[in-house]
Structure formats: structure tokens, C-alpha cells
Ligand binder design. Structure first.
Ligand code: NAD
Length: 257
């Protein structure tokens, strides 16, 4: 296995296999947005080092104190609004454009919208979108952009016209994933991809591990990009232990389409 190197050495055999890649599945996590100035959740400088997820990222936390949760989310929203897509986001958007319609899907755990802002069109946002909100309660009905509602810092939590309390349209711990993006992923994987790239995620959730490793069993190349090792690393054909903004443009330059 190639665990990468500071100069991002790509073995000749991997270069040869990358040449013929035509269908690509990508899984991203918080690490892909770190180079845009958005902190990851785990690890040094991570959000969960400073804030307790049980106070901000569970339905029970919102029930206990919706004002505190909204204030925290509005802070994150401000930070994300100022952020710009980085070379990792742009490399993914560029590869999707080169491969052509239907040949690539980026499944992301990120809620920051940076893949779309970089130009990716086929994006499955499995943990929701931070720039949207929806009425509390089960299901994903009634989502709307937060810019459509008047968020008054003195009148939190915001409510819709019917008086229902609105919450951020993101997936919290213990909640179901939205069915739309899951269906998109499963449909895409029903035609096996040639290459799976998993970048910037600790791959802590079993569904992420499954999506990364299942196509490999059907012959796909599995590449990981992460400065640290993860549960997926032992399965990878190549693991590049460097920032996504450096690794992805270099790796994708070997795909000849
Ligand atoms: P994360 O913060 O858990 O992981 C970020 C990953 O990005 C780390 O592995 C880090 O090494 C890597 N990274 C940092 N900088 C990078 C860079 N420049 N380029 C590439 N990689 C870089 O984020 P996540 O994996 O997206 O997690 C998503 C959600 O899952 C979060 O809510 C998190 O709290 C949660 N989670 C849950 C569990 C669990 O067991 N339930 C485990 C891990 C994470």
C-alpha cells in the first residue's frame, strides 16, 4: 500500500490505472473545507474540542435550548459565508466537468455548500445544508433557505408563517439521514465506479465506511486523502497523508479524459 509521501508520490501502477478512469465516486468530510478556514469537528482545533456536541448537535439540545443552538449556528453560518472554495473543491468540480454528465458523484458530510459554490453539480449532501432551515418535527418537509426568513437575534428561535419553530436543516446526532441524497448515492453506486476517493473525513459512520469500501470489492480503485489514518486507510489502494487541496489536483491530473 502507498501511504503517500510529502512530495505526493504516485506509483506508476496507480498512474496507469488512473488513466482509464471514467466513473468516479467521491466522499468528503470536514477536512476538505479546512483549507477554506472552516474548522473540522475532531482533532486539533476541531469544533468538538471547544463545544460539546450534546449541547449543539442533537434534537434534545434544540428542545432544551433552541436559542443557544440557533446563536451557535448563526456564528457558524457567518464564518461559512466568508469562506471561499479551495483547490480541493475546485479540483472536484473540474473533474466532474471533464468526465461529463452522470459520470461523477460527490457525496459530502459537509453542510457548508462549498462543493456547489466551486461548481460541482452532482452533490449528495447527506448531513443537510446549513443555509437552510425547516420546521421542527420528524421528516425533511418544509425546507427553505434561511435568507427567506427574517432571523431576528432578539426573537430566536425563528418561526414560519404558521407559527412553527424553525430549526437548521442539518442532520444531528441520532437523526435519520435525508432519503433523497441516500437514494442518489445508491443509484449512482448501482453502476460500479472505477475510482472511489475518500477525502477529509474520519469515516466514523458505518455508512461512510460502507460507501467507501463496497465499490472496491467490485474492482474500483480506492484512494484516501487525509493527513491522519482512519478506519478506511487499511482498505485503500493508496492513502495520501497530505491536505486535500494539494493531493486532489495532482491525483486527478492522471485521469485522461
Ligand atoms: P471530522 O472532523 O470527524 O474529520 C475531519 C478529518 O479531516 C480528519 O480525519 C482530519 O485528519 C482530516 N483533515 C484535516 N485537515 C485536512 C485537509 N486539509 N485535507 C484532508 N483531510 C484533512 O469530520 P467528518 O469526518 O466530516 O465528520 C462528520 C461528522 O461526523 C461530524 O459531525 C463528526 O462529529 C461526526 N463524527 C462522528 C463519529 C461517530 O463515531 N459517531 C466519528 C467521527 C465523526
Amino acid at each position: 500500500m502507498n501511504h503517500g509521501s510529502p512530495d505526493l508520490y504516485i506509483a506508476p501502477e496507480l498512474k496507469r490505472r488512473l488513466c482509464g478512469v471514467r466513473r468516479v465516486f467521491v466522499l468528503t468530510g470536514a477536512g476538505v473545507s479546512v483549507e477554506s478556514g472552516i474548522p473540522a469537528f475532531r482533532g486539533t482545533g476541531g469544533i468538538w474540542g471547544e463545544w460539546n456536541p450534546e449541547d449543539y448537535a442533537t434534537p434534545e439540545a434544540f428542545e432544551r435550548d433552541p436559542v443557544r443552538v440557533w446563536q451557535w449556528y448563526l456564528g457558524r453560518i457567518e464564518n461559512i459565508r466568508r469562506a471561499e472554495p479551495n483547490p480541493a473543491h475546485r479540483a472536484l468540480a473540474e473533474l466532474e466537468r471533464r468526465l461529463g454528465p452522470g459520470a461523477m458523484l460527490t457525496a459530502t458530510q459537509n453542510v457548508d455548500g462549498l462543493h456547489r459554490r466551486a461548481g460541482s453539480g452532482a452533490v449528495a449532501e447527506i448531513h443537510g445544508e446549513i443555509f437552510k432551515c425547516r420546521p421542527v418535527g420528524p421528516g425533511f418537509m418544509g425546507e427553505r433557505p434561511i435568507d427567506e426568513i427574517d432571523i431576528d437575534m432578539d426573537g430566536l428561535p425563528p418561526r414560519d408563517a404558521e407559527g412553527s419553530v424553525l430549526r437548521p436543516a442539518v442532520v444531528w446526532f441520532g437523526e435519520y439521514l435525508p432519503p433523497g441524497p441516500i437514494k442518489t448515492i445508491e443509484e449512482f453506486l448501482s453502476i460500479p465506479p472505477d475510482l472511489v476517493v475518500i477525502a477529509g473525513t474520519t469515516a466514523g459512520f458505518p455508512y461512510v465506511q460502507d460507501w467507501a469500501t463496497r465499490p472496491k470489492r467490485e474492482g474500483a480503485i480506492l484512494i484516501e486523502v487525509n493527513p491522519d489514518m482512519t478506519l478506511v486507510t487499511p482498505h485503500a489502494d493508496a492513502a495520501f497523508q497530505c491536505p486535500a487541496g494539494e493531493a486532489l489536483p495532482r491525483i486527478f491530473s492522471h485521469i485522461e479524459v
